[in-house]
Design a binder for this molecule. Structure first.
Ligand code: BES
Ligand code: MN
Ligand code: ZN
Length: 501
């Protein structure tokens, strides 16, 4: 059995460019000139070379629109074999996310290319580095030679730095670490449920954690039962593959460091349990551990970056299956910490394992708590497939959502309408796990979790039901399947806390 900690190649080598020698030069094109012709964005090319590239690309149909790529011969004075242009759109003030997505689009078209060099990085060095690495991501572990791609993956990318760039090598190194963590999360999500079940997920997470120097603890089924983790045990007991709780701690060693608790939903497959889901699209429930994958990748990343914040991940893992040992609709379980819950719908399982994990995480007395989960179909009804819903305590929720948009993960703040709390009252227990209606389903799930978060703790709950898993075609740096969202949001929040408290 291979593990994710094996040195599987996750993406191309990245380095700062010192010249334009490569197989392919990648440049960004802006649209919106008065005469309709595209122009080259950023610096790094002579004016003559830039004009020649824009003219050649326009001749084969390039307009600079987002998503376009074109390949043209290299003009005189450029030491590459050919030039790939990629559209950046019409906004002269190019955002980091536009650069990251364009770099990803370009990288997806560079299969089989040994070396690329780019000037996109003169617009945003970090975003270009991340975009190339993420766009070149592939997952072929479960293909035999019959269906493996015949080309070698993009080998290396040299990134031209703007003249005024500071610490360019450090910026690229940081971007590579971040993108690697995103790729680790994608790998976990893309690994099928036949191969990634709670015990195996726990083992891989623990291996990664130990390699990164984290403190590691894994609670098995016996320990969970003995410890009173009724939510994790209740959800897990329908499956022959027993549940786990993984704890990974990055201790910064910094005096008076803040502590950030991370919690991620790790349902390795969600059939719905006895409240079984329809067959159509059930296979997408392989992604129901996307929150756990992102949290594991983020705490490992925090250690590799050496951030000056303590980060403690608490990751519940279970498989939600129907069987004669499964929990029933109407069962009552006791969450870790003593709250009783009537399980009216066994398909609302994520909140049950998260509640236990949140209560455990809070015992570490964190300054901030972020949980993330593929929690509700209602997230997609409300916000679509690419926009995480961010809930929690008002100020921290807004801070997380704003940082999420800054890094291009698009998180959006959502409210907790107070009237929904009454709909979680149970006939027999402290709480019911669902309301008897569909209105505000994403918010009701968040309100359920709020019951387990102590008053006064800064908390953000990030619902990534849609954003964790791309069921459509590839776009920008996002492939089909696992996306790695919200790794980049969480590490940026942790770094913001390290810098500003
Ligand atoms: N894992 C699902 C949510 C989900 C749905 C994620 C689609 C990704 C794509 C979750 O466990 C679930 O089944 N939620 C129910 C809650 C309902 C029973 C209150 C849902 O959304 O239907
Ligand atoms: Mn479910
Ligand atoms: Zn689920």
């Amino acid at each position: 059995m291979t593990t994710s900690s094996d040195a599987r190649r996750l993406g191309p080598d990245l380095r700062v460019a010192h010249d334009l020698a490569a197989d392919v030069l990648v440049v960004g094109l802006l649209s919106g000139s008065d005469d309709g012709s595209p122009r080259v964005a950023g610096s790094g090319l002579s004016q003559d070379a830039a004009d020649a590239v824009a003219t050649a690309a326009a001749a084969v149909g390039a307009t600079g629109a987002v998503g376009q790529t074109h390949r043209v011969p290299a003009p005189d004075g450029v030491d590459a074999t050919s030039v790939v242009t990629v559209g950046l759109g019409g906004d002269a003030d190019v955002t980091g996310d536009a650069v990251r997505q364009a770099a990803g689009t370009a990288a997806r078209g560079l299969d089989g290319v040994a070396s690329a060099v780019t000037t996109l990085s003169t617009l945003d060095l970090s975003a270009a580095a991340e975009g190339f690495f993420l766009g070149a991501y592939r997952f072929e572990e479960f293909r035999s030679q019959k269906s493996r791609s015949s080309t070698t993956p993009l080998g290396s990318v040299a990134l031209v730095a703007a003249d005024d760039a500071q610490d360019a090598d450090a910026v690229v190194d940081h971007a590579r670490h971040v993108a690697e963590a995103v790729a680790i999360a994608r790998d976990f999500v893309n690994t099928p449920p036949s191969h990634l079940y709670p015990d195996e997920f726990a083992r891989r997470a623990a291996d990664l954690g130990r390699d990164a120097g984290l403190e590691v603890e894994v609670l098995d089924d016996d320990a969970l039962r003995a410890g009173g983790y009724g939510g994790i045990v209740g959800v897990g007991k329908g499956s022959s593959r027993q549940p786990r709780l993984v704890r990974l701690a990055h201790r910064s060693g910094v005096d008076d460091a803040r502590t950030v608790a991370l919690v991620g939903k790790g349902i390795t497959f969600d059939t719905g349990g006895i409240s079984i889901k329809p067959a159509a699209n059930m296979e997408n429930m392989t992604s129901d551990m996307g929150g756990a994958a992102a949290v594991v990748a983020t705490v490992v990343l925090a250690a590799r970056l050496g951030v000056g914040v303590d980060v403690i991940a608490t990751v519940p893992m279970a498989e939600n299956m129907p069987s004669s040992t499964a929990q029933r609709p109407g069962d009552v379980l006791t969450q870790y910490g003593g709250t009783t819950v009537e399980v009216l719908n066994t398909d609302a399982e994520g909140r049950l394992i998260l509640a236990d994990a949140i209560v455990r995480a809070v015992e570490d007395e964190p300054d901030y708590l972020i949980d993330t989960a593929t929690l509700t179909g209602a997230q997609m009804v409300a916000l679509g497939a690419r926009t995480p819903g961010v809930m929690g305590t008002d100020d921290f929720r807004d801070r997380v959502a704003e940082i999420s948009r800054r890094v291009g993960e698009h998180g959006w703040p959502m409210p907790f309408p107070e009237e929904l709390r009454a709909d979680l009252k149970s006939r027999v227990a402290d709480l019911a796990n669902v309301t008897n209606h569909r209105n505000g389903g994403m918010l009701a799930a968040g309100i359920f979790l709020r019951e387990f978060v102590p008053a006064g703790l800064d908390w953000a709950h990030v619902d990534i039901a849609g954003p964790a898993f791309n069921t459509g075609g590839p776009w920008g740096h996002t492939p089909k399947g696992g996306t790695g969202v919200p790794v980049r949001t969480m590490i940026a929040v942790i770094e913001d806390i390290a810098a500003n408290g």
